[in-house]
Write a protein that binds this ligand. Structure first.
Ligand code: ADP
Length: 357
């Protein structure tokens, strides 16, 4: 068994980071392989795969070109994703490179859901539509929920709540995403650490026309200064907000209430959209570790078949656990997300196929 080694140092770019990873993997003390060529596959989380990629893909020049084409749709994410791919190709030249797209799980969302009620040419010519994100996480916890229920992955209807720094909720029908709260960008939907989630788009016009703001100022407000930090004035970290609320900080309490109300509103909407539902799953930093959010978001849903065991809920931090009471028609679970594992499984499958050929 190789010794474990903690390595922490800032790196100048992805290339240097990947180079260090390659060295550590072959380190005589803590490495796991003798030669990097033993690594048969490298999986990459790629945020935007547009409408094109409905699942994970082996990366070739065409896939890279597409990821490049989608840069205007994800300017902060696709460029570093590409850099990571290029660096991995250099340092793991014998490996199959696999892209797992955040958008892929949501490509089953029907037209009636993904189209905004904007002039149709904006979709036709500019592909402005709802894409959804966090797909790898929603898919992972939906599959895990199906396993826990002893059902086939395409035999469950479940609402998955990914509540981290970024937050999104997905309605999963027969194992497939049919609606999700993030849209054209990750800004839509729930209240997040620093993002506003749903707002009246008229506010954007008002800020520009009446308050004389520039586009980059509005961008900063919506993406970095809103959400939990915007309301609480305390932090974008839920732990700090809970601490402040406990000390009597009213704005911190209000931020928690607004956050949970939005989660509840989406859960209600998706319960109706799905018709029959088997369960609700909470995941990611807040979903896994904040009992208060789970309790408040599900408060008053007893009549709709959701009854949580409050005591159990209070004991659940970061572990997989059912938190609904036995008489709850709809099961409520906390399932820690594991996007790395989901990406590793997809990559393994591609690598296996490629080496069998
Ligand atoms: P990201 O979206 O960046 O991956 P995370 O899933 O780690 O973010 O979620 C970050 C949020 O989860 C923060 O608001 C943080 O307060 C909360 N969180 C993370 N870990 C814990 C924990 N152990 N206890 C309570 N809250 C946590």
């Amino acid at each position: 068994m190789p010794k474990s080694k903690k390595y922490s140092e800032s790196v100048s770019d992805h290339r240097q980071g990947l180079e260090i990873i390659a060295q550590l993997l072959t380190d005589p003390d803590c490495g796991v392989v003798k030669n990097v060529n033993e690594i048969k596959g490298v999986g990459h989380r790629v945020v935007h795969g547009g409408e094109e990629f409905t699942g994970s893909m082996i990366i070739d020049s065409k896939v890279k070109e597409k990821i490049r084409q989608f840069i205007p749709l994800a300017p902060l994410h696709n460029p570093p994703n590409l850099e990571g791919i290029l660096a991995a190709e250099k340092f793991f030249p014998e490996s199959v490179q696999v892209a797992c797209f955040d958008t892929a799980f949501h490509t089953t969302i029907p037209e009636v859901v993904y189209l905004y009620a904007l002039p149709y040419y904006l979709y036709e010519n500019h592909r402005i539509r709802r894409y959804g994100f966090h797909g790898t996480s929603h898919r992972y916890v939906a599959r895990r929920f199906a396993q826990r229920m002893g059902k086939h992955k395409y035999d469950v209807n479940v609402i998955t709540c990914h509540l981290g720094n970024g937050c999104s909720i997905t309605a999963v029908k027969n194992g497939r995403s049919i609606d999700t709260s993030m849209g054209f960008t990750p800004l839509e939907g729930l209240v997040m650490g620093t993002r506003s989630g749903d707002i009246d788009p008229g506010i954007v016009l008002y800020l520009i026309e009446n308050l004389g703001m520039k586009v980059n100022q509005v961008n900063k407000i919506l993406n970095r200064e809103s959400g939990l930090i915007g309301i609480s004035g305390v932090s974008n970290d839920f732990r700090n907000i809970v601490d402040e609320a406990a000390k009597g900080n009213k704005m911190a309490s209000l931020a928690i209430d607004i956050f949970c109300y939005r989660v509840k509103k989406y859960i209600g909407a998706y319960m109706v959209v799905l018709g029959r539902i088997d369960g609700i799953v909470f995941t990611a930093g807040i979903g896994e570790n904040q009992p208060v959010v789970r309790e408040k978001s599900l408060e008053g849903l007893e009549e709709y078949g959701v009854i949580i065991d409050k005591e159990k809920n209070k004991t659940c931090y970061g572990k997989e656990m059912e938190i609904s009471s036995p008489d709850s028609k709809i099961k409520v679970f906390v399932i820690p997300t594991n996007e790395e594992l989901a990406i590793a499984i997809d990559t393994y499958e591609f690598a296996k196929k490629s080496y069998e050929q």
